[in-house]
Write a protein that binds this ligand. Sequence first.
Ligand code: B16
Ligand code: MG
Length: 215
Amino acid sequence: MEIRGCIFDLDGVIVDTAKYHYLAWKRLANTLSFDFSEVHNEQLKGVSRMRSLDIILQLGNVELSEEEKLRLAAEKNQWYLEYILQMDESEILPGVTDFLEELRRKDVRIALGSASKNAQTILEKINLSSSFDVIVDGNMVEKAKPDPEVFIIGAELMRLEPHQCIVFEDAQAGVAAALNAGMYCVGIGEEDVLGNAHIVIPGFQESIFLRLRIS
Ligand code: B16
Ligand code: MG
C-alpha cells in the first residue's frame, strides 16, 4: 500500500460540530412540538442536511411539503451558523494540527471530503483552510455518503488513484463511502460503531504513522 494522499471528513474528525448540529436540530424539533435527544443525533452523523431533516420529521411523526422542508432546513442552518461563526482554532480536535503538519513534511497530499455545505466557513473560522490542497464539500457533490462521490472527486482533484488514498471518517455512512470508493479507511471513534473500517483509532496520535506505513 503506497499512500500518497489523505482525505479527511470534517465533522467528528477535524472538529466536533455535531454538538452544534444537535442544538440547532433540537431547536427545530421543539418549534414543531417534539423533542430530539442526543441519542437520536447519532443517526445524523455524516448524513446530508435534507436527509437529516427527513429522519427528524420521521421521529416526530411530522409530514410536510417539500417547500416547507426547504424552509425549515434553511432556518436550522441559520441557527447552526450562529454557533459555527463563534468557532476558533481551540475547537480543532487533539492531534489534528500536528498530524496535518507531519503529512505536509512527508509530502502527502491532503484533502477534505465533507458532506457539509458549511465546510469552507468552518475551515476559515478554525484557520485551517491553507492546510488542505483540495476541499470537497456538500456543495460539490450530488450523491450523499455512503455514495463514494465525495471521496472520488477528492482523489481526482489530488490527481491520485483511489488505492493511493486513506480516508479518515467518524460516521458509518462515511466509512461505507470510503470503502465504496476503493480506499483504505481509518475509523475515528469506537470499534463497535466503525468496525467496517480497515482500522479504528480513538483519535490522532503520532504512532498512527507506523500503523499506516506512511514513510
Ligand atoms: P450542513 P461531515 C456532515 O459533515 C455532518 O456530519 C452531518 O451531521 C451534517 O448533516 C452534514 O455534514 C451536512 O451539514 O448542514 O452543514 O451542510 O461529517 O461529512 O464533515
Ligand atoms: Mg463526520
